[in-house]
Design a protein around this ligand. Structure first.
Ligand code: SF4
Length: 461
């Protein structure tokens, strides 16, 4: 669950750095641990900068000022949320690999579940994370294919287990973008014969002014060398876009696989209100992630929507923060509008409960500030299984719904009167794609013959 961005032009330009940074700022919600940027000049010189923190902390506070004056072919950038390797061990991207006259920089959004096995197969030694193994394997495959990273991506798709959207900037120079064959993670681009701009989400392109965008198809590989756009495909697989992108990850103003995120989220809340009604005075969203579903719940139930919580936007998204900081953030993140909640029966709507840390803190404080009843409604099904395709929940023991399977137990743990979740059927109905990945809710993964135990073992060895 990182954000990736790219830009390349048919004419050398000093604008590449600022365009890519602008796109990356619009993807900040996808990760705040580190940010990095790489440029390539027409003669193949790759320069990379990175730092810890948000895009502004890591890159805009001076680090990239000198880069922004140089004419280059293109740039790629990455904002990081660690999915393997841990927070403090996290390696900023883009990763630059190669030497001599063939190099490339790579940034990835996703997780390669079998990266340890791939490292062994390709003889890659060292304590590398999945992104580093991906870069190393692709580089070796590119060398085997006459320095053709497109052929390398095709070969990689035959052996990789996981989800990945990538941007690659080669020393040729060339900008290559690709989505894995299952299409787990989003990737979009805008092309106009002279330039190409790339982003994890369509909203980032829209905001920066690239409104004429298209989504990269599942398994599609697109390459721009400054003269023309080349398209090809890796192996085919069952189209399995991540349902959690619709539930939580993507911005409300993004489109993923032609489905508007806002519309899908409102519909999830609407379906939930019909299936799990409760008598109450107000519907209160957990900002910002529960807002779309709360609007839908209010519409479906006829119960008025009220703002009851105020989010501190400077603390970041609780779910994507590193483990050591989650408890602190859960307490500091929300203020409460006492006049709105005092004496009221409150329906609190959020998109998901992963570990339960944040929700328990909110429900307790709603009561402290005078709520008569607190009913929690979650627009997704219980999150019971880990994801190996780009979300940092490596173990089932971390998941609240796994630890406390019974709804009464979960309500008691969260200090709520009742708790209800949406169903898988309602999620599919709200999004309108029948082959979604729903593995974190169902335990059925799109990879043939691989169950949760196989993937857990694969990921840890
Ligand atoms: S397991 Fe869940 S979070 Fe992971 S790709 Fe599938 S739907 Fe998305």
């Amino acid at each position: 669950m990182c954000g990736i961005a790219g830009y390349a032009s048919s004419k050398p330009t000093s604008l590449a750095t600022s365009i890519v940074l602008s796109i990356l700022i619009e993807l900040q919600h996808r990760g705040q641990e580190s940010a990095g940027l790489a440029t390539v000049s027409l003669d193949g010189y790759i320069e990379v900068r990175s730092g810890r923190g948000t895009v502004i902390e890591a890159l805009l506070n001076g680090l990239t000022v000198d880069m922004s004056h140089r004419d280059v072919f293109g740039a790629i950038a990455h904002t990081r949320y660690s999915t393997s390797g841990g927070y403090m061990d996290s390696v900023p991207q883009p990763i630059v690999i190669g030497n001599g006259d063939y190099r490339f920089a790579l940034a990835v959004n996703g997780t390669i579940a079998n990266y340890k096995m791939l490292a062994k197969t390709f003889g890659i030694e060292g304590n590398y994370n999945d992104a580093q193994v991906l870069a190393n394997v692709l580089y070796r495959l590119a060398l085997e294919h006459n320095r053709d990273v497109i052929e390398a991506l095709k070969s990689f798709s035959e052996t990789a287990v996981g989800g990945y959207s990538v941007v690659i900037l080669t020393s040729e120079p060339r900008l290559v973008i690709a989505r894995d064959p299952y299409g787990f993670r989003p990737l979009a681009y805008s092309y106009n014969d002279e330039e190409i701009a790339v982003a994890s989400e369509t909203a980032a392109l829209d905001v920066v002014g690239y409104n004429n965008w298209a989504e990269v198809g599942a398994g599609e590989i697109i390459s721009f060398d400054g003269k023309s756009l080349e398209r090809t495909h890796s192996i085919t697989a069952t189209f399995s876009p991540c349902a959690f992108e619709y539930v939580y990850i993507s911005r409300l103003d993004s489109v993923f696989n032609n489905v508007n995120i806002y519309t899908a989220r409102v519909q999830m809340g609407y379906e939930l209100s019909k299936m799990m009604p409760v008598e109450a005075d107000i519907v209160v969203p957990v900002p910002d992630s529960g807002r779309g579903a709360a609007i839908g719940y209010s519409r479906g139930s006829g119960i008025p929507l009220e703002e009851g919580l105020v989010i501190n936007r400077y603390l970041g998204r609780g779910f994507i923060l590193p483990p050591g900081l989650r408890d602190v953030v859960a307490k500091l993140k929300y203020g409460f509008i006492k006049t709105a909640i005092q004496g009221k029966k409150v329906i609190l709507v959020d998109d998901s409960i992963v570990r339960g840390t944040t929700m328990a803190a909110i429900a307790s404080r709603l009561r402290k500030y005078g709520a008569k009843e607190v009913h929690i409604r979650i627009s997704s099904p219980p999150f019971r299984y880990p994801c190996f395709m780009g979300i940092d929940v490596a173990s089932r023991s971390e998941l609240l719904a796994w630890r406390k399977m019974d709804l009464v137990d979960i309500a008691s743990y969260l200090n709520a009167d009742t708790v209800a979740y949406n169903t898988v059927e309602n999620i599919v109905k709200s999004i309108g794609i029948n082959t979604l990945c729903l593995a974190c809710f169902t335990g059925t993964y799109p990879f043939k013959g691989l169950g949760v135990e196989d993937l857990e073992e694969m990921f840890s060895r």
